[in-house]
Ligand binder design. Structure first.
Ligand code: UDX
Length: 446
């Protein structure tokens, strides 16, 4: 009999994992403590923008026309405990307020709520990104609290999905990493992943700390790569070099690779920034803080990019932002997402407004979330509308739609044809030919 799956927490990670498991043929029960989310998901609707996820849900949510009925949602831990053989914990682990450490309250509360109800054998699988050492602590807690005792076990199985590609990354992962303490746990996880999901994906079996560290190490490496190229952008700007050409050239070396060498206003979102900070905090607790001091530099290069974009905008406007009209294209932390958590684009827009500019923002999918975070900014319904009467246009999130803008058409809307590319993804020649002053981070001015 195929194991019955539950997924606790239905954010980007949980909702996608639940839908993917149903797609693979499992019976799945998803839990969220927010009743409105459960209601929405039960109607086959996704509370965030994630390409392909809604279609996947609609194919499986019980009660929807034409759906397999393999997937449903609840707010009840009792139902989850009664139903599942394998329980995936997918709740978020945000940064603690005002400090670097990871806030474990949602993971802790998931375990504390579920474990006391486990009266039959079950495998609890953590997927959230946690400080190393958490799995061992939580495994002990599960054993302590579960009425079934040794029959309840914990495993760690970090998730590497990217927002905007969540469905694809979940159905076709680069690798599957499992941290286990028993052969039985490994066998049960192999059973779950012995579906098309695991085909062609290396299956790495390891201990708890290594499994936890794989995730934080991977995100730290990616963050380091971005900050490295952004540091090169600073040097290119000082020396008159071109960071895009430089990235292309070093990227041809396949030991380096071209991916994640996109220089610009830096990384944001709900993962990279908080993960490197939590990693530093945890290393400090373990007495290994020296090993990660470079991540402090990675973080500070990244944060400097936002200030630099503000400075360039002020320069473009003749030294003052007061009363100047700035059109901001992009609010989300990256394209194909509606997520504005720690978004460099929104941060730059906010700083410009605080310094007296009149800022109008347009984003294809992130407007509602941006409005909730920054209600004082002006929001436009299109790029063209945002650009109307602008003294300068800032390109801050690399949505495909912005790459397809017609510089001539936009040129008719603005007061001054001046554009700053904060993502190095627009074609300078195209804009310059249409009479624009075009400036990009880390590239020559003309
Ligand atoms: C990241 C990891 O990629 C993923 O494996 C992990 O599971 C969660 O964290 P995500 O936060 O969705 O995923 O976004 P990602 O695509 O990694 O981009 C992160 C940020 O880096 C974005 O703000 C993006 O704009 C920026 N970025 C990315 C750059 O500035 N330059 C690049 O070359 C690539």
């Amino acid at each position: 009999m195929a194991p019955k799956i539950t997924v606790i927490g239905t954010g980007y990670l949980g909702a996608t994992h639940a839908a993917a498991m149903a797609e693979l043929g499992f019976e799945v029960l998803g839990l969220d403590v927010v009743p409105e989310k459960v209601e929405l998901l039960s109607a086959g609707r996704v509370p965030m923008y994630e390409p392909g996820l809604e279609e996947l849900l609609r194919r499986h949510v019980q009660g929807l026309e034409g759906a397999t009925g393999r997937l449903r949602f609840t707010t009840s831990y009792q139902e989850v405990a009664d139903f599942g053989d394998v329980h995936f914990v997918c709740v978020n682990t945000p940064q603690k307020h005002g400090e670097y450490g990871c806030d474990m309250r949602y993971v802790d509360s998931a375990i504390e709520s579920l474990a006391p109800l486990l009266t039959r054998p079950a495998l609890v699988v953590g997927k959230s990104t946690v400080p190393v050492g958490s799995a061992a602590r939580l495994a002990a807690r599960v054993r302590e609290l579960a009425p079934v005792g040794e029959g309840a076990e914990l495993a760690w199985n970090p998730e590497f999905l990217r927002e905007g590609f969540a469905v694809q990354d979940t159905l076709h992962p680069d690798r599957i990493v499992v941290g286990v303490t028993s052969e039985d746990a490994e066998r049960r996880l192999r059973e779950v992943y012995a579906t098309p999901i695991g085909e062609g994906s290396p299956f790495v079996v390891t201990d708890f700390p290594t499994a936890e560290l794989v995730k934080t190490a991977a995100n730290s490496f990616l963050a380091t790569k971005i900050s490295f190229i952004n540091a090169m952008a600073e040097v290119c700007e000082a020396a008159g070099g071109d960071v895009v050409k430089l990235a292309d050239a070093i990227g041809h070396d396949d030991r380096i690779g071209r991916k994640f060498l996109g220089a610009g206003i830096g990384f944001g979102g709900g993962c990279l920034p908080k993960d490197i900070r939590a990693f530093m905090a945890r290393a400090g607790e373990l007495g290994a803080d020296q090993a990660l001091t470079f991540l402090r530099e990675v973080d500070s290069i990244n944060m400097r990019r936002r200030g630099h974009m503000v400075d360039l905008t002020r320069d473009a406007l003749g030294g003052t932002l007061l009363g100047k009209r700035v059109a901001v294209l992009g609010a989300t932390f990256k394209p194909d997402s509606d997520d504005v958590r720690d978004s460099p684009a929104l941060n730059v827009a906010g700083q410009l407004q605080l310094q007296g500019a009149q800022v109008t923002v347009y984003d294809p999918k992130g407007m509602d979330n941006a409005r909730a975070v920054f209600p004082t900014l002006v929001y436009a319904a299109s790029a063209m509308e945002a650009a109307r009467g602008a003294d300068v246009v800032l390109h801050l999130t690399a949505w495909r739609e912005f790459g397809e803008l017609d510089p001539a058409e936009l040129g008719e809307a603005v007061a001054v044809k001046h554009i700053l590319d904060g993502r190095n993804s627009l074609d300078p020649e195209l804009w310059r030919k249409a009479g624009w002053t075009f400036r990009a981070l880390g590239r020559p001015t003309a």
